[in-house]
Design a protein around this ligand. Structure first.
Ligand code: 13P
Ligand code: SF4
Length: 302
């Protein structure tokens, strides 16, 4: 932390000078999360905040689709992503042409796309969702059949919470598919008192082993409220590190899976981006307008 202090100070000074705000996802490393973030949250919270911030520049502590979502919602602002290569296995798994193919296969069915998608895919969809509102968004769609993209695991987990029939694209989060149900069963044997909390991007058999499942913000709230003596967070492991100080009575057990894309964002490249203006995200307005419709419909339903 001492070595990080000069970066933290430089970023915070430059933020004030450049009228900038840092929106950081819950998976950012603790130096970013605690040192320079102005607002932290899950994907839905960050999207909502992007519509409200007063500063003229947003620095996205997160991956490219999050910065693109901020730009779509606040086109008049400068949105900077400190590393353009911070992608997402889900966003990369599907194109707008794939959405059209699914529409042709299931005529009339509404397309609900996870925010973990490019602007083109959002624009081709009827509405977006995040892990915190997916079941609610699916329930709100007309018709008995809903197309969910691109996360096949999220779709299967949502299918257990709704009466709608769901057909889905078979994309996956490269971090959450690494968790295995038999590993969790092993953990239970050795740590029978530990609470297991999983993100819905995990396969359904993993979620079946969990005591609670929710978005990153939902998981944090659950730990804050219940203060379990021992907890296993079945998600990107920066999450546990970020909230450990807040709940000293809670013991965070392994395993640790990091998202290589989220990890690309560092104090160094945040400072560089803020200093030089490098990493500005642009979305052509005609495309942004269509994508905005899908994101705004979600925000309106929350
Ligand atoms: P949430 O923060 O919306 O739960 O999403 C998790 C995620 O995978 C972000 O990349
Ligand atoms: Fe994408 Fe998974 Fe990384 Fe989130 S954790 S950015 S869903 S690859």
């Amino acid at each position: 932390w001492l070595a990080r202090a000069p970066y933290i100070k430089a970023i915070n000074d430059l933020k004030a000078e450049k009228d900038a705000v840092v929106l950081a996802h819950n998976y950012m490393t603790p130096d970013i999360y605690h040192g320079v973030a102005d607002i932290v949250g899950d994907s839905l919270q960050l999207a909502i905040e992007a519509t409200k911030v007063k500063q003229s520049t947003i620095i996205q502590g997160g991956v490219h689709f999050m910065a693109e979502t901020s730009k779509i919602l606040s086109p008049e602002k400068t949105v900077l992503i400190p590393d353009r290569k911070a992608g997402c296995s889900l966003a990369e798994s599907i194109t707008a042409a794939d959405i059209e193919m699914m529409r042709a296969q299931y005529p009339g069915a509404k397309v609900v796309s996870y925010v973990n998608t490019t602007a083109e895919v959002k624009a081709a969809s009827d509405i977006c969702c995040t892990s915190s509102n997916a079941a609610k968004i699916v329930d709100a769609q007309e018709g008995d059949l809903v197309i969910m993209t691109p996360d096949g695991h999220l779709a299967q987990n949502v299918a257990k919470q709704t009466k709608k029939k769901i057909v889905y694209w078979e994309g996956a989060c490269m971090v959450h598919i690494e968790f295995k149900a038999d590993e969790l069963r092993e953990y239970r044997k050795y740590e029978p008192d530990a609470l297991i909390i999983g993100h819905p991007e995990c396969p359904t058999d993993v979620i079946d082993e969990c005591d609670f499942s929710g978005s990153t913000a939902g998981m944090i709230d659950y730990v804050r409220k219940n203060k379990p003596e021992k907890v296993l967070l079945i998600t990107e492991c920066s999450m546990g590190s970020n909230i450990a100080n807040e709940v000293p009575e809670v013991n965070f057990l392994g395993p640790c899976n990091l998202c290589p894309h989220m990890q690309k964002i560092t104090l160094e490249n945040i400072l560089w981006s803020l200093h030089t203006g490098e990493g500005a995200v642009e979305v052509e307005e005609k495309l942004a307008a269509k994508a905005r419709l899908a994101v705004q419909r979600m925000i309106d339903l929350k």
